[in-house]
Design a protein around this ligand. Structure first.
Ligand SMILES: [Zn+2]
Ligand SMILES: [Zn+2]
Length: 176
């Protein structure tokens, strides 16, 4: 698919046009252009190192979403994207090149156009990486928080003063 069409689809999902979503479109374009290695019909996992607008392009174009558990967010504040294909045991990492985000003199609209006219290789350092995908999300039992009564994933329950508490209740009660 052409970059322009990918952008249209991503903007529809994201709600506005911006340089962030254009950046994510280039990530998705690289993956879609390498469908011999990363077909979206196979089991893809995206590990992203930011939670900015770009991630919505991956959700809408690659089908890597929070709900399905194949979108993993690491809060590193970097425009890095690692895509794994569980079926073929392949992985590739796209890391934003330092200069690609430095054009401060461009307007927002010019920046979007510049990105959309670029190849993924212009904007990202692209390298195959070792196939070490994140573990699959497990379904864990729920425990009732003894303060608010809401069922809470057992791994998020904190024992505090002999009570099993969810995180917000713990944060609240420890202040009292
Ligand atoms: Zn945006
Ligand atoms: Zn609670």
């Amino acid at each position: 698919m052409e970059t322009k069409q990918l952008m249209e689809k991503a903007v529809k999902f994201h709600g506005h046009s911006c340089p962030g979503v254009a950046t994510g479109v280039l990530v998705a374009k690289y993956i879609l252009d390498h469908d011999n290695e990363f077909s979206i019909d196979e089991e893809l996992v995206a590990v992203v190192e930011n939670d900015n607008c770009s991630v919505d392009a991956l959700q809408s174009l690659l089908g890597t979403t929070f709900g399905k558990g194949n979108l993993i967010f690491k809060d590193y504040g970097k425009n890095n994207y690692t895509i794994f294909n569980r079926d073929r045991k392949k992985a590739v990492k796209l890391s934003a090149k330092p200069r690609s985000f430095g054009d401060r003199e461009l307007s927002r609209e010019e920046r979007i156009q510049q990105l959309l006219n670029s190849n993924p290789e212009d904007v990202f350092e692209i390298k195959p990486v070792e196939f070490k995908p994140p573990e699959r999300a497990q379904i864990r039992e729920s425990i009732i928080c003894e303060n608010c009564g809401e069922p809470t994933m057992s791994t998020r329950i904190i024992n505090y003063k002999n009570k099993k508490l969810c995180i917000p209740c713990y944060e609240q009660l420890k202040k009292e």
